[in-house]
Design a binder for this molecule. Structure first.
Ligand SMILES: *[C@@H]1O[C@H](CO)[C@@H](O)[C@H](O)[C@H]1NC(C)=O
Ligand SMILES: *[C@@H]1O[C@H](CO)[C@@H](O)[C@H](O)[C@H]1NC(C)=O
Ligand SMILES: *[C@@H]1O[C@H](CO)[C@@H](O)[C@H](O)[C@H]1NC(C)=O
Ligand SMILES: *[C@@H]1O[C@H](CO)[C@@H](O)[C@H](O)[C@H]1NC(C)=O
Ligand SMILES: *[C@@H]1O[C@H](CO)[C@@H](O)[C@H](O)[C@H]1NC(C)=O
Length: 417
């Protein structure tokens, strides 16, 4: 994609050592690739997702399950002055009585079908509609994530012309169990894919304590089913310890002892430009996988056996959270331990470094937009209390960056079905 333009040499004067000559020592340049632009600074709540519409409107989500201070809103539109406005309204972001139902034992996520409980992803689909993926989960003030209740886990479609809700799909406990964590979603609106003609979406379940899987949802009928359930490709790797900014990252388990895992399962997801292949990765590991989407759409007899037999391990690639793809079939993924974003090229099977910058603090979620840019949030996730013995080391602002896509890449668009 680019050639490394320059390397930096550092001259160390060793004057006190008699007779030493100045040494030239090759060192890590730390930056690479095209210019990185700051688009938005988040000073209020802690964001994960980013979605950019055809006209350039920008939306983020703020998951209360991963940060109990994300309370005022869980979806917002970004204003040009580094502030955010709850979206599509403050009301839908404010469940009566709160996000958690304390009348159950243990407490559970509130069961409202018409309010957002805890949103982990916002995505603009190929027909320029915004979809909100609600996990139905939130955390108590001490950081304990409560299970979801039926009504919480859902997918809500919004018409960006008038900001009205056009579709709400409530997931059954079979598709989204109470311990599920609906993480990210990609859309294919091709009418011929299902009898409903409304297209499909593919979702990752990254649950740290339940089962991991890829979920397919028929956007017309609302039917949803799970595949690749708890196979190694979707599960966090036992004993996974990433190193970020030179620091090994442990989390604190229920015993309070440090434990060696960032234990999110299937998380990042990207669809090939032709919709035939879904790329996916866990955040508790460093491996890239792919599966033919036809195997995910099939929920007939033997479909799980066939799906398992068709998924493939493509390559090692470093630690990734969100993933993205563009019209040129470039697959973008963070390499968080390297402060970089990589491109996987299906045609060659190879990775290349796209962009690298020491300000990258945890590339959380990416969004390719119709303006030909890759947008991505950097949110310092690993500096949160859960990974630092209860001490929150994050420093605001969190950042939305963008970088121009290579080779005239842009967002894949489709007509609304
Ligand atoms: C920022 O922009 C929003 C939306 O235009 C506006 O409501 C708000 O008052 C502005 N805030 C400041 C501090 O200028
Ligand atoms: C809280 O839980 C109780 C018992 O299951 C249920 O009846 C009630 O509808 C729940 N309320 C909310 C807001 O989740
Ligand atoms: C955290 O809060 C929940 C809900 O109030 C409670 O059930 C749980 O015991 C608390 N956990 C710890 C470790 O204090
Ligand atoms: C949590 O883990 C850290 C290591 O990341 C450790 O230093 C700390 O003591 C642990 N906290 C508790 C409460 O045990
Ligand atoms: C990008 O588009 C420009 C203008 O249409 C064209 O000249 C150029 O060859 C394209 N580059 C690639 C890599 O497709």
């Amino acid at each position: 994609m680019f050639s490394l333009q320059a390397f930096i040499v550092v001259a160390y004067g060793l004057g006190s050592l008699s007779g030493s000559k100045a040494q030239t020592i090759l060192s890590d340049p730390g930056v690479a690739g095209p210019p990185v632009e700051i688009v938005h600074l988040y000073y209020d709540e802690w964001p994960t997702g980013i979605a950019v519409s055809a006209s350039g409107r920008k939306f983020s989500n703020y998951p209360p399950a991963l940060d109990p201070t994300d309370l005022k809103y869980t979806v917002a539109e970004l204003n040009s002055n580094n502030t955010e406005t709850p979206y599509p309204s403050l009301e839908i972001n404010s469940p009566p009585g709160g996000r958690i139902n304390y009348t159950t034992t243990p407490p559970t996520g509130a069961n409202y079908q018409n309010y957002f409980i805890g949103v982990q992803s916002v995505v603009v689909d190929p027909a320029d509609r915004l979809w909100v993926l609600d996990t139905g989960r939130a955390a108590t003030p001490n950081g304990t994530m409560v299970p979801a209740a039926y009504g919480g886990p859902k997918l809500v479609g919004i018409n960006l012309q008038d900001n009205s809700i056009i579709k709400t799909i409530i997931f059954s406990p079979t598709a989204a169990p109470s311990t599920s964590y609906l993480n990210d979603i990609r859309f294919d609106l091709t009418p011929s894919l299902t009898p409903s003609g409304q297209g499909v979406a593919y979702i990752t379940d990254s649950s740290s304590e339940g089962t991991n899987a890829l979920i397919t949802v028929d956007l017309g009928s609302g039917a949803a089913w799970r595949h690749l359930v708890n196979i190694p490709a979707v599960e966090a790797t036992e004993g996974f310890v990433p190193t970020i900014w030179g620091q090994p990252v442990y989390s604190n388990g229920t015993t309070g002892q440090p434990i060696s895992n960032v234990n999110f399962g299937a998380d990042g997801i990207a669809l090939s430009a032709d919709g035939a292949t879904l790329y996916f990765s866990t955040t508790g590991g460093r491996r890239l996988y792919a599966v033919p989407t036809a195997r995910l759409r099939d929920d007939g007899p033997n479909s799980e056996v066939l799906a398992r037999a068709s998924q493939v391990y493509l390559t090692g690639k470093g630690l990734t959270d969100g993933m993205e793809s563009d019209s040129q079939d470039n697959i973008y993924m963070g390499n968080i331990e390297d402060n970089s974003i990589s491109i996987y090229t299906p045609a060659t099977g190879l990775l290349s470094t796209f962009v690298r910058d020491p300000r990258f603090s945890w590339t959380d979620t990416m969004s390719v937009a119709a303006d030909g840019y890759l947008y991505f949030t950097e949110n310092q996730l690993w500096r949160g209390a859960a990974y630092n013995g209860g001490v929150d080391k994050r420093v605001k602002p969190y950042v939305l960056f963008r970088v121009k896509l290579p080779g005239n890449g842009t967002k894949v668009t489709q007509p609304a079905p």
